[in-house]
Design a protein around this ligand. Structure first.
Ligand SMILES: C[S@@+](CC[C@H](N)C(=O)[O-])C[C@H]1O[C@@H](n2cnc3c(N)ncnc32)[C@H](O)[C@@H]1O
Length: 241
């Protein structure tokens, strides 16, 4: 996935920390409502550029983990006060427990049941009893329709980026979809160039999510908190048994 590696310097022009402000406020309300004990420490799996964490860290002590060293560097610049560690969410083993484990959009990179199960087991192993796991995949099978969206920002140094993101399901029989990114990039004094990046992400139905959560020792919890982005993504909340 090039935007997390050789194209990483362009990532902050695809999305910004401020894009996550409202969602982070919702997450904090959700954590408050779901917690039955202290809610002070959070482990994020696939924390990326640390955009979500940049808002959560005002209330929680955050440990941020990601597969990509380049993305961890972007996050370190934004969140120097947070601990950053490289690790794969399927195998991470910090031998520490937290009050909350979060896997936001990064959970989408689990493309088969075995990988999704492993990520949930990682979350479970890093939670205290009664701790809260939160998974926020971009899509679930029941509501996925295919999308096309565009965006992008300008940097203070004169660089500009606009992108198109196209998600489609080439094979409804499997648990993966394809997300194509076309990035139009302009550096001062140069002509626009176009870079292409293809991501394969997971698509599971809700019963599968709930079954795998239970297998991992995580009991799905219904938490009634208004979600301003309801319908745009799914939020799975579960408590460590
Ligand atoms: C869209 S970014 C996450 C952005 C993040 N929500 C934020 O607030 O900035 C997705 C991240 O998932 C990470 N990722 C993908 N597969 C992973 C895995 N198996 N383990 C850990 N991180 C992974 C990528 O390296 C990338 O940084």
């Amino acid at each position: 996935m090039r935007i997390y590696r050789d194209l990483v310097k362009w990532y902050p022009l695809i999305t910004r920390a401020s894009d996550y402000l409202e969602e982070a406020a919702h997450l904090l309300r959700l954590i408050e409502a779901a917690s039955d004990g202290p809610a002070e420490t959070l482990l994020e799996l696939g924390s990326g550029a640390g955009h979500m964490a940049s808002h959560l860290k005002t209330r929680l002590r955050c440990v941020l983990t990601d597969l990509s060293p380049q993305m961890l560097d972007v996050s370190r610049a934004l969140n120097p006060e947070c601990e950053h560690l490289q690790g794969d969410m399927r195998t991470l083993d910090l031998k520490r427990v937290f009050d909350i484990v979060l896997a936001h959009d990064a959970i989408g990179y689990m493309t088969c049941e075995r990988d999704l199960q492993s990520a949930m087991e990682t979350a479970s192993a890093h939670l205290r009893t009664g701790g809260i796991a939160i998974f926020i995949p971009d899509n679930v099978r029941e509501t996925f329709e295919g999308t096309c969206q565009c965006g992008g920002y300008d940097a203070p140094d004169g660089r500009e980026l606009r992108y198109l993101e196209w998600a489609y399901d080439p094979d409804e029989a499997d648990t993966a979809i394809t997300v194509e990114f076309a990035l139009m990039i302009r550096e001062p004094g140069n002509a626009v160039r176009v870079e292409h990046d293809t991501h394969i992400t997971g698509l599971f139905d809700r019963p599968t999510w709930r079954r795998l959560l239970m297998n991992a020792g995580l009991e799905p919890a219904d938490v009634a908190v208004h979600d301003p982005h309801a319908g745009e993504h799914e939020v799975f909340v579960a408590r460590r048994i």
